[in-house]
Design a protein around this ligand. Structure first.
Ligand SMILES: Cc1cc2nc3c(=O)[nH]c(=O)nc-3n(C[C@H](O)[C@H](O)[C@H](O)COP(=O)(O)OP(=O)(O)OC[C@H]3O[C@@H](n4cnc5c(N)ncnc54)[C@H](O)[C@@H]3O)c2cc1C
Length: 288
């Protein structure tokens, strides 16, 4: 899958390319359309210390390159602690994340810690709290499908805190997560209300037209100007909507993955929107 030409055609729609240079070129192009970016170096579930170190080094190089290209602060980075060794050594993951946050500060930008499956939530929020002691702008991510998330939002909705609200992309058990779309969406709105009425900086990550409209409504209701919250969408998903929102004066940030380890990321995208399989089928057909 990772090397076959048809799947690569699909991947190109959602991923900037294999290298940091590809990511920089796409960041620049998106910037010309008024879009901010958060860059994700693909990779997760790292199992060895050298892999974790290589991930840290890649982010450090990326941040240097973004700074040198004057793409910061409009471009920031998103980070998965699992790529930094969280599963086998939380302290190591924290130290690597700390080094990346220090480099981001030097480069004049920020880091957001992605949310992964629910077994990592406590650990990720603990690491986040420690990082925030030194780098207060480090962003959190919360997932509305988790039953705990409303309470997490109350904790996180404090002044200076950046919080991305998404629905959640992993297969989670009923014991910890809402299972129906309606329940997940209602939870999203409750969490949005908490974040938008709080003192932090909400990052509304969804492609769902109803939730985007509710986000716009809450911004008006809570008197938030366009620099007091933002919308976020994935690269390749609803690109016209991203530009429409920019046209209305909103800050819109595109989550832009790059790198060769795209398989798990793409599988999550296919699972949440089977229509994307159509792109794959067309790509396969066009290759005969
Ligand atoms: C910026 C960003 C960062 C994220 N970070 C994380 C993270 O750290 N951890 C995590 O678990 N998940 C993350 N996610 C993924 C997220 O949790 C969801 O899995 C994903 O966004 C799909 O949910 P949705 O809110 O877009 O709406 P969905 O429930 O997928 O879709 C709702 C409706 O939106 C519309 N829609 C959706 N996609 C399209 C499309 N391609 N074209 C047209 N209409 C469409 C349709 O009307 C659809 O019915 C992130 C998502 C974004 C946007």
């Amino acid at each position: 899958m990772e090397t076959a030409p048809p799947s690569r055609a699909l991947v190109r729609r959602f991923i900037a390319g294999d290298t940091a240079d590809d990511a920089l070129a796409t960041t620049r192009r998106l910037g010309q359309d008024g879009l901010a970016v958060t860059l994700d170096h693909l990779g997760e579930d790292t199992t060895t210390a050298p892999q974790a170190e290589a991930t840290r080094d890649e982010y450090v190089r990326l941040l240097d390159a973004l700074h040198a290209a004057e793409l910061t602060p409009a471009a920031e980075v998103s980070l998965k602690l699992s790529a930094l060794g969280q599963a086998f050594d939380e302290k190591l993951a924290y130290e690597h994340a700390h080094a990346i946050c220090a480099k981001a500060t030097e480069a004049g930008t920020t880091v957001t810690l992605d949310a992964e499956d629910h077994t990592t939530t406590d650990s990720t929020l603990e690491v986040l709290a420690r990082l925030r002691a030194d780098f207060p702008t480090t962003g959190a991510v919360v997932q509305s499908y988790l039953r705990r998330t409303e309470a997490d939002c109350r904790e996180l909705a404090a002044a200076g805190s950046r919080v991305r609200l998404c629905k959640g992309a992993y297969k989670e058990p009923e014991s910890v997560a809402y299972q129906t779309r309606l329940e997940v969406d209602k939870s999203y709105v409750r969490c949005l209300n908490i974040l938008m009425s709080g003192g932090g900086y909400p990052m509304i990550a969804t492609h769902d037209p109803r939730l985007v409209a509710i986000g716009e409504d809450r911004a008006k209701w809570f008197d938030r100007t366009s620099d007091e919250f933002e919308f976020q969408m994935l690269y390749g998903t609803r690109p016209q909507e991203q530009r429409r929102l920019v046209g209305l004066g909103y800050t819109v940030r595109v989550y832009l993955p790059y790198g060769v380890q795209w398989y798990p990321y793409m599988m999550r995208r296919l699972a949440e929107r089977p229509a994307n399989l159509g792109f794959l089928a067309r790509a396969v057909r066009s290759k005969g």
